[in-house]
Write a protein that binds this ligand. Structure first.
Ligand code: NAP
Length: 409
């Protein structure tokens, strides 16, 4: 069995352009706008996990005759935005041409000059932007361009772009990272055997998809028991031929008492240990000497790390997307929270294997709910297959609250 053809997980891209076009209602004369915006969405993927706290945007420029002459994506913070990259490639050919960009161009000075200035100076005649920038500092971009005499159109592919920028939008709205929980389980709902053995549950193609998600995430988080039992590296290993080297996310270990061994594979630079005052000073010094960053946070229930304080701290560091890879205790704390799940999206892999054992753990631990009608149900569910494994992707309903963070740009 192959990966299904209805969509690509996590990207918001549908693989049936005809259906999407019909849903958004274009006429045949508008096909180039769809084609170039789809290309801009594809190009934006190259910036994922590398542009935070700026959004991973993609842009395409066509000349006055409608031929593509430049494309680009957001560079790391402080460097050029997607529009500027595409305009640089296009050079003089951009004059009188069209810009397709996945997010409304920025109009304010941040670490870089506003993109609206570059677009006006390049002599662009028309701009299509897929989705409005909800950042109050930036969302005047369309207006600024119109005032400069440029034709500006919102869309096409607004919905796809909103999914593509979902982590950025969530972070802007709440100041916290967009949390994606990923786990793999057997057909009988186990994430390890009764002895704790868990390698591997899924096949190579599923694991490759997980590494792509790591590559696109800014941070990856696990509970300390997962480190003690599995000693994972939590790095990104992309297949050769992926087109670019993998990008390792910040590794976050949730460990209230500082039990992280000095010999663990994650012990070193690029790891953040989220702990409490219950951690011994001596082990803190030893871990810091090995390059681990120690973040002391308030203790919540059972003296454990306060996860809201942790998410806030990660948001302040500009972490837009946080991937949580277990284990069951950490996922239970994130899912069953009195004010609603702290997880936005779930990636659940199911392998057609059975291991049995009432002592073998499931993906989400804790006391659980009492009745089936209290179950938390995912929305906007999609199914993908990777050889014989199934991936179920869905969202938790999120109450809209929290304060806005500001994009650095
Ligand atoms: N198949 C998969 O996808 C997958 C993925 C990951 C793990 N696993 C399996 O999961 C098992 C480990 O899971 P686990 O449930 O035992 O442990 P876990 O979730 O990895 O770690 C739990 C520990 O994290 C610490 N912690 C600190 N603050 C916390 C908080 N607010 N909420 C929850 N925990 C907090 C606690 O220890 P302190 O009190 O000492 O801080 C807690 O005991 C392993 O067998 C591993 O193989 C499977």
């Amino acid at each position: 069995m192959q990966e299904d053809t209805t969509s690509s997980p996590g990207t918001g891209r549908e693989d049936k352009p005809g259906e999407q076009a019909a849903a958004s209602g274009p006429g045949p004369e508008e096909a180039p706008a769809f084609r170039f915006m789809r290309r801009a969405l594809e190009v934006s993927l190259l910036a994922r996990g590398r542009s935070s706290p700026n959004p991973a945007v993609g842009a395409v420029v066509t000349d006055a005759a409608g031929n593509p002459v430049g494309e680009g994506c957001t560079q790391p913070p402080g460097q050029a935005h997607a529009e500027v990259m595409a305009l640089r490639l296009a050079g003089e050919k951009a004059r009188g041409g069209t810009l397709y960009v996945t997010l409304e161009p920025c109009s304010a000075y941040g670490r870089t000059p506003p993109c609206t200035k570059a677009i006006i100076e390049a002599g662009i005649g028309r701009v299509y932007y897929a989705v409005q920038d909800p950042n109050p500092r930036m969302h005047r971009g369309a207006q600024v361009l119109r005032e400069a005499g440029i034709e500006v159109i919102e869309g096409p592919l607004t919905q796809e772009a909103a999914v593509s920028h979902e982590a950025f939008f969530h972070w802007l709205r709440t100041g916290k990272p967009f949390v994606v929980a990923k786990y793999a389980m057997t057909l009988d709902g186990k994430i390890a055997t009764r002895s704790g053995h868990s390698r591997w549950i899924t096949g190579p193609r599923s694991r490759e998809a997980v590494h792509r998600l790591r590559d696109e995430s800014d941070a990856i988080m696990v509970g300390i028991n997962t480190v003690l039992l599995d000693d994972p590296a939590l790095t990104t290993r992309l297949e050769t031929g992926a087109g670019r080297p993998g990008c390792d996310p910040l590794r976050v270990i949730v460990d209230s008492k500082g039990r992280l061994p000095l010999t663990a594979r994650v012990t070193g630079p690029g790891t953040l240990l989220a702990t409490t005052r219950n951690m011994a000073g001596a082990s803190r010094q030893e871990l810091e000497a090995k390059g681990v960053e120690v973040l002391v946070l308030p203790a919540g229930g059972q003296g454990r790390v306060d996860l809201d304080a942790l998410l806030e701290a990660l948001g302040q560091r500009g972490i837009l997307q946080l991937m949580v890879e277990g284990g069951g205790s950490l996922l239970a704390s994130l899912v069953f929270n009195p004010t609603g799940p702290r997880i936005n999206k779930v990636w659940a892999f199911i392998a057609p294997k059975l291991v049995g054992g009432s002592a073998a753990p499931g993906p989400v631990g804790g006391p659980g709910v009492e009745r089936m009608d209290s179950a938390l149900t995912l929305e906007r569910v999609k199914y993908h297959s990777f050889d014989s494994d199934l991936l179920i992707e869905g969202y938790f309903h999120q109450p809209v609250n929290g304060q806005a963070a500001l994009s650095e740009s």
